[in-house]
Design a binder for this molecule. Structure first.
Ligand SMILES: *[C@@H]1O[C@H](CO)[C@@H](O)[C@H](O)[C@H]1NC(C)=O
Ligand SMILES: *[C@@H]1O[C@H](CO)[C@@H](O)[C@H](O)[C@H]1NC(C)=O
Length: 330
């Protein structure tokens, strides 16, 4: 087995301008957190103020499902067996990826079983109450990968190789530019359950230096728009290519019956994204190195199988444990 070396990424982010200071933030990992959150209620509202999106907008959009076939996070297919998402979405609960579909609970689309889970080795999150209720005060390296057991064959191929696209734009440099954020959300207007929604937001600096490689998105004009529960890990697109993953949204999104309770995210509520530009090498190397390691393993496995046919099953299967960190290249 290869050793896992720590990776040191230089962080040169400085929040230059301030944005919306009244908002608190939370992760929106899943829509069905009832059991985990002490019966606090289902998270049903996600992309808010957005609109139903066609899969053709971004055919790589996919959903991370648990073993009960519930969608827990959004992601994007970046290689035949790999989906890119947020680190906080990468938990052993994820059992399947569903892709080529607009509705996670519909009959369209394809399921594929998950093989390995990867989280950035330095992923870190701190939830604290600084007097206004629980809030994410620190967020480092919210990037993760999921490897599937079989190839995912997308209905249409992206024009740009997703792994190349990660290097094209650094959203941190795209202040005031418009991005499109996708998520498998149920919105206030959607009565048909979860489906692919998109929302267009303007990039701004976040007001927290303790969120590494993050950019924020705000609605332009007086609309309330943003991301909510279940959109976590979903792709953030600039000019049609993925430049980020959704990390957080305003805490109001998670409150039950929020529209009745009058605690809707306000105008100017911010969505928080992790920019992928600085992670392009790590993502690419993890994918290539893992595929290479697995290929070598298969060669070794079949050689041993030929040599000792009676114990073949010991040699060929389950050699690699569940990995929960990204394997840095060197
Ligand atoms: C990804 O890594 C492989 C192997 O090191 C390399 O050949 C390829 O050019 C890299 N791709 C990108 C987009 O960096
Ligand atoms: C939420 O709304 C439903 C249906 O409108 C209602 O039955 C339930 O009591 C509400 N829950 C809370 C906490 O307000």
């Amino acid at each position: 087995m290869r050793g896992v070396t720590a990776v040191v990424l230089l962080v040169v982010w400085a929040g230059a301008a301030r944005v919306v200071s009244g908002t608190r933030y939370a992760f929106y990992r899943s829509m069905v957190d009832k059991s985990e959150r002490g019966g606090e209620g289902e998270y049903t509202r996600r992309v808010f103020g957005g609109e139903a999106a066609e899969l053709a907008t971004f055919p790589a959009a996919c959903a991370l499902m648990d073993r009960y076939w519930r969608a827990r996070c959004s992601a994007a297919v970046v290689a035949p067996r790999w989906a890119l998402t947020a680190a906080h979405c990468v938990t052993p609960r994820i059992a399947y990826i569903k892709y080529n579909m607009r509705r996670p609970i519909g009959s369209d689309g394809k399921y594929v079983a998950v093989h390995y889970l990867y989280r950035h080795p330095d992923f870190k999150v701190v939830n604290e109450d600084e007097g206004r209720g629980m809030d994410v005060t620190l967020l480092h390296h919210d990037v993760g990968l999921v490897r599937t057991r079989e190839d995912m064959v997308l209905e249409s191929r992206p024009a740009t190789d997703p792994l190349v696209a990660l290097r094209l734009y650094n959203p941190v440099d795209l202040k005031n530019e418009e991005v499109e954020v996708l998520g498998f959300g149920r919105t206030e207007r959607s009565s048909m359950g979860e489906e692919l929604f998109s929302v267009k937001l303007q990039l701004v600096f976040c007001d927290r230096g303790s969120w590494f490689h993050c950019v924020c998105g705000v609605a332009t004009g007086r609309d309330r728009r943003g991301v909510c529960s279940g959109d976590s890990g979903g792709p953030v697109l600039y000019r049609g290519v993925q430049v980020g993953v959704t990390s957080m949204g305003p805490v109001e999104c998670s409150q039950e019956n929020s529209s009745d309770a009058g605690v809707e995210p306000g105008t100017g509520a911010t969505s928080v994204f992790t920019a992928l530009y600085n992670y392009a090498d790590l993502v690419n190397d993890t994918i290539y190195d893992t595929e290479e390691a697995l290929r070598m393993q298969r060669i070794v496995g079949s050689a041993e199988k030929a040599a000792t046919a009676s114990t073949a099953h010991l040699a060929t299967l389950t050699l690699v444990p569940l990995l929960l960190t990204i394997l840095p290249a060197r």
